[in-house]
Write a protein that binds this ligand. Structure first.
Ligand code: UN1
Length: 506
């Protein structure tokens, strides 16, 4: 594949998706493909003023949308899901071209969007509250869930479209409007999604103007979204550093935050583990998406009884895995997103070597694919303690491997990092599995048995504790995060008894 082919591939894919060329061939925001490092788009950036106007428009859209019955709102999301089904291959390809994921992962991301659309459509008929027994005669106590307002979504490059869909589809059926600020590294996929959404909105007819819009730009417009008084909720995915900037600003104006920040996900391999299964789970978890998922496996604890066998087999996999242009069917590992990411990886590997870590891999490969394209062999690093570098999230394929002897002790070590997103244990011992899932076990938002830490389905709540930010998105009861709860007490009697037996007779 030559460099030109990436540029042509992007242009042809965007054309098939119906994105007008003038939206990506002129402007100050430069989009690059990590596959070759080539510039594949130039987009006009929104000013802070425009962002603010868009939020006001989204607020007006919300005022109209909130009175559309929820199942009818679900119909819009159903139509959007239809657009996604029709565009699955092209949008998946664009994810590959812009984020560097292999084709099946690019397609998988679009599948995740379709899944959450289906979920949201069903949910649009299930936005129910409780009726609660009142302590007073002739009284009814109940709760009602109402739309919130404009929902701000800030998304990251590594899941450039699915994470927006988790948020926006739920937000829309719940009666909100949405303003999306995608990563500066992946504006083209956002443009394509916006085009598909607008197509669905046109088919629906009568969608209020500005119901779901896109802000293109960097930090400045992101800040407008975070600071704007018309935005009662911001859902932000990205680094813990970003979360530390965003969270206090939202707290200062009492806005809600759904934060999906760093992960430093661990796996435990017990002596009873099915080793073939564990190796597959570890390989996908640690190397998949070139180590650039927030759920990527970064720390592996292997019991001393199986350590040598497990590590020897893992090294073989690491040495033989196919790395290269992610559009190639045989390739499993695509590029890192950019040079900074490559440098951060090298820096962490040097630091790990300096503390005595035994590093295998991590070197740059396939330089012929582009001077500004960064392909690396995933790195396996054997360490004897959980030093700073191990406790930190490096957003690249580095797997730190440690030996353990005692389950309680390894669970303590596993939990001894600042992040708390995802985790897993490979074991065939029921007691070990249940211990890991119990209150004494993993402290993460996601804890799995005999499955790696990444690749979650949309049906469950996705998110984690500690520096991961505490947010939950997608399935389970996460929809409640996008609505406000009103508690209603209705007196259908002729007297006015006060709660707690208080007397106040006038
Ligand atoms: C992310 O990396 O930002 O569990 C989200 C997974 C995906 C989502 C990851 N379904 O790997």
């Amino acid at each position: 594949m030559t460099h030109i082919s990436v540029i042509n591939d992007v242009a042809a894919t965007l054309a098939r998706l119906g994105v007008p060329a003038e939206r990506f061939n002129n402007g100050s925001l430069v989009a690059r493909s990590p596959i070759s490092g080539d510039i594949v788009g130039r987009l006009r950036e929104n000013s802070a003023q425009e962002a603010s106007e868009q939020i006001e428009r989204a607020h007006r859209a919300f005022l109209a949308w909130r009175s559309v019955p929820a199942p009818k709102r679900g119909e819009l999301v159903r139509l959007f899901g239809e657009e996604l089904r029709a565009a699955r291959e092209d949008l998946g390809r664009l994810v590959t071209l812009e984020a560097g994921k292999i084709l099946s992962e690019g397609q998988g991301e679009v599948q995740e969007m379709i899944d959450i659309c289906d979920y949201a459509v069903g949910l649009s008929r299930q936005l129910f509250g409780l009726t609660i027994a009142s302590e007073r005669a002739d009284h009814r106590l109940m709760e009602n869930w109402h739309p919130l307002g404009v929902v701000g979504v800030i998304s990251a490059f590594n899941f450039p479209v699915a994470v927006w869909a988790w948020n926006s589809t739920l937000a829309l059926v719940c009666g909100n409007s949405v303003v999306w600020k995608p990563s500066e590294k992946t504006p083209l996929t956002a443009l394509a999604v916006q085009t598909l959404f607008e197509r669905a909105a046109a088919k629906f007819g009568g969608v209020p103007e500005g119901l779901s819009t896109l802000i293109i730009g960097g930090r400045e417009v992101g800040e407008v979204l975070v600071d704007h008084p018309r935005v009662p909720l911001v859902s932000a995915t990205g680094s813990t550093h970003m979360g530390r900037t965003v969270a206090p600003k939202l707290a200062a104006r009492f806005a809600r935050a759904i934060l999906e920040l760093g992960g430093n996900n661990g796996a435990i391999v017990s002596p009873t583990a099915d080793m073939n299964l564990a190796l597959r789970g570890i390989a996908f978890g640690a190397m998949g998406t070139a180590g650039q998922r927030c759920t990527t496996l970064r720390r592996l604890f292997v019991h001393s009884a199986v350590y040598d066998d497990c590590v020897a087999r893992l090294k073989k996999v690491y040495q033989s895995v196919a790395i290269g242009d992610p559009r190639r069917e045989d390739v499993l590992i695509g590029p890192l997103v950019d040079k900074q990411s490559y440098q951060a990886m090298q820096q962490s590997l040097q630091q790990a070597a300096a503390i005595g870590g035994k590093v295998v891999g991590g070197d740059r490969v396939a330089p012929e694919l582009g001077d500004d394209a960064y392909y690396v062999r995933p790195a396996l690093v054997e360490v004897t303690s959980q030093d700073d570098v191990v406790r930190r999230e490096t957003f690249a394929p580095i797997l730190y491997v440690m030996k353990y002897d005692n389950l309680q002790e390894v669970v303590r070590l596993h939990n001894e990092v600042p992040q708390g997103l995802s985790s897993c244990i490979f074991t065939n011992d029921l007691r070990e599995a249940e211990y890991f899932l119990s209150a004494l076990g993993s402290d993460c938002g996601i804890a799995n048995v005999n499955i790696g830490p990444s690749g979650a389905e949309i049906g469950g709540a996705f998110g984690g504790e500690k520096e991961t930010g505490g947010g939950r998105e997608a399935g389970s009861d996460c929809w409640k995060g996008y609505m406000r709860r009103a508690t209603n007490t209705i007196n259908y009697g002729t007297r006015l008894p006060l709660a707690q037996g208080v007397k106040f007779d006038i």
